[in-house]
Write a protein of this length. Structure first.
Length: 365
């Protein structure tokens, strides 16, 4: 049976949480999802028509993140948020998440100012760039960059999901952790209806990242985060021997599946049922010793990779648009670029994120 004795994947390493074990398979799956996002962001420049993109559903990785986050936050804090207090919870989440939000903004600013492939890199005055940067590091949506499709965060596009992650954490601390399972089930069902409506209206679940579809992100986080909480609170953990590799393949299928005539319905079903099932299986599956280190590394690198890769994506987009490389050259650039981005994420993690969080946790204590 599932017991409240093992650890959050993304909570700070406080004394009380060190005794909890990691769900290493879920860590590994989180890394697979982060890698899918990186490849998807490269490929959407090559194939703007997602129906022709081999990883055209890679954006659904965000919904997997949201569901996993709900499970992890409930698991890490349901039994202790009253003891530590709401403010300590907020500080824990800020320390865990915000250093990389700042770093991603800095990298995005540098890419904007010094992109060697941008034919017209300076379309913004100094004052406007400063405002965009400040909003980015403080996670305030500002969809004003027309040449970047009015992203909520033009310097680092993936920050849109962190904005909604923060909203979910606030709602959790103020409301959701107090709700009984039945009331939470009602909230989740209502969120599922909203998610279905958004998917039907747009034809997909891609929204949430720009001013035009801002509220789509609310529907996506509302369902998946609540569903993750339900998995934890109802103990929907399925004991199995499937293992990490097969679960990683099952997760990847959701990103590389073809487009269907009823695309909105398939994507909705993936988010409503398939991702929660994978989390239930991942939390209850066994892991061979030889894959433990890999899964730990995969989980550790996932958030740094997610938050630092997009500066390079903008530069690749400018290069691809302005110079139109051939298929072989494009393949090599994306392949090598992905490897380099993993390396950059690792450096960001060990040289910046971990030391900064350790320092902030010491100051907090």
């Amino acid at each position: 049976m599932f017991k409240i004795s093992s650890p959050p994947l993304s909570s700070p390493a406080t004394k009380n949480l060190k005794s909890k074990k990691h769900f290493l398979i879920l860590d590994g799956l989180r890394g697979v999802a982060a890698l899918a996002v990186v490849i998807f962001h490269f490929m959407e420049w090559v194939y703007p028509d997602f129906s022709k993109n081999f990883i055209g559903h890679g954006f659904l990785a965000v919904d997997f993140f949201f569901c996993l986050s709900g499970f992890v936050v409930g698991y890490a804090y349901d039994d202790r948020i009253q003891k530590i207090g709401t403010w300590e919870f907020f500080k824990s989440r800020l320390i865990r998440l915000h250093p990389l939000i700042i770093l991603g903004s800095v990298l995005g600013l540098l890419a904007l100012l010094f992109d060697p492939f941008a034919l017209d890199a300076q379309g913004y005055g100094t004052g406007r760039i400063i405002l965009i940067f400040l909003c980015s590091i403080f996670l305030i949506p500002l969809p004003v960059m027309e040449d970047r499709a009015f992203n909520l965060f033009g310097l680092n596009a993936p920050s849109w999901s962190l904005f909604w992650e923060y909203v979910a954490n606030i709602v959790y601390a103020l409301v959701l952790y107090r709700l009984g399972r039945r009331y939470l089930l009602v909230v989740t069902l209502l969120a599922a209806i909203a998610l279905g409506y958004v998917s039907y209206s747009a034809g997909n679940l891609l929204g949430g990242w720009t001013g035009e579809n801002f509220w789509d992100g609310c529907a996506r986080i509302s369902y998946s985060f609540s569903m993750g909480l339900l998995i934890f609170r109802y103990n929907w953990v399925i004991k199995n021997q499937i293992g990490f590799i097969f679960l990683a393949l099952l997760l990847s299928l959701a990103f590389v599946m073809p487009y269907f005539e009823m695309n909105w319905m398939i994507e909705t079903a993936i988010v409503l049922f398939y991702f929660p099932l994978l989390i239930s299986l991942g939390a209850g599956s066994s892991l061979s010793k030889r894959l433990k280190n890999f899964c730990k590394f995969s989980g550790d690198i996932s958030y740094p990779l997610y938050m630092t890769h997009y500066a390079v994506i903008w530069m690749f987009g400018n290069y691809y648009t302005n110079y139109q490389p051939g298929e072989t050259q494009t393949f090599l650039i994306i392949s090598l670029g992905t490897i380099v981005l993993i390396g950059v994420a690792y450096v960001a993690m060990v040289a910046y994120d971990i030391p900064v969080r350790k320092y902030l946790n010491r100051k907090r204590k």
